[in-house]
Design a protein around this ligand. Structure first.
Ligand code: GTB
Length: 217
């Protein structure tokens, strides 16, 4: 059955794989499932036909036969549950790997997004510099605990899992912040994720979209 996902026609991250379609691409590459990508414009994402697929008018949406799914976390979990390679077989380890996926989305990503939004929307405001230490402190509190949980292991729950996939995509959003310099074990963790062949394929594919749109002007 053909899998189709949606992605930005023109990604604001200039092909750096920071938008949320990337985690779905990476998951599909990890489990060896071929997929197609439907590129959507910002205008198209707000039309009724698209809102029927993704109620909030965002990317990614996921289509597989009769199943239309939204929310990158739900999509990655769906892929991981239906194909071997992204979740451990042992039920307890599996539950913990899923907990890390939720932790990435619900506990680690929110303070990172808050900092990004402050930079995007408030960096010219006179309160931005005063607020930044609080925003950074919230992120550091999460990274301190994440680094402690990872310890000197390669991955969060035994072998590489959907939890690591999600955590690495979330942490990558900090790469331009300078914060990761204080977390060498998390930097090495991200590098391990980025070195995976499936990651490399997903990255090259989404970068090609950006290169093509740039060539077309
Ligand atoms: N909770 C949803 C999910 O996980 O699927 C959130 C989806 C979402 O935020 N999608 C964003 C979107 O469609 C793109 S990823 N936004 C358009 C809109 O809401 O109208 C967020 C994103 C965008 C750009 C960058 N970047 O340029 O670095 C990074 C992340």
């Amino acid at each position: 059955m053909t899998i189709t996902i949606t992605a930005f026609e023109s990604s604001p991250d200039r092909g750096q794989g920071l938008a949320r379609d990337f985690r779905v691409r990476w998951a599909l590459e990890e489990v060896g499932q071929p997929y197609e990508v439907r590129l959507v414009s910002f205008a198209e994402m707000k039309r009724p036909t698209y809102l029927a697929e993704q109620p909030f008018g965002q990317i990614p949406a996921y289509e597989e036969g009769d199943l239309i799914l939204f929310e990158s976390g739900a999509i990655v979990l769906h892929i991981a549950e239906r194909h071997p390679g992204l979740l451990p077989d042992d039920p307890d380890a599996r539950a913990r790997a899923i907990a890390w996926l939720f932790a990435a989305l619900n506990t680690v990503e929110p303070p990172i997004v808050e900092r990004t939004m402050a930079w995007l929307l408030e960096r010219e405001k006179n309160w931005y510099e005063a607020r930044l230490p609080l925003l950074d402190g919230n992120i550091r509190a999460r990274l301190d605990r994440l680094a402690a949980s990872l310890g000197d292991a390669d991955w969060l729950e035994g072998g590489f899992s959907a939890g690591d996939l999600m955590m690495v995509t979330v942490l990558r959003r900090l790469e331009s912040s300078g914060i990761l310099a204080d977390y060498p074990s998390l930097t090495a963790y991200i590098v391990r994720g980025e070195a995976r062949p499936a990651y490399q394929r997903a990255f090259a594919d989404q970068l090609a979209v950006f290169e093509k749109s740039r060539a077309q002007g």
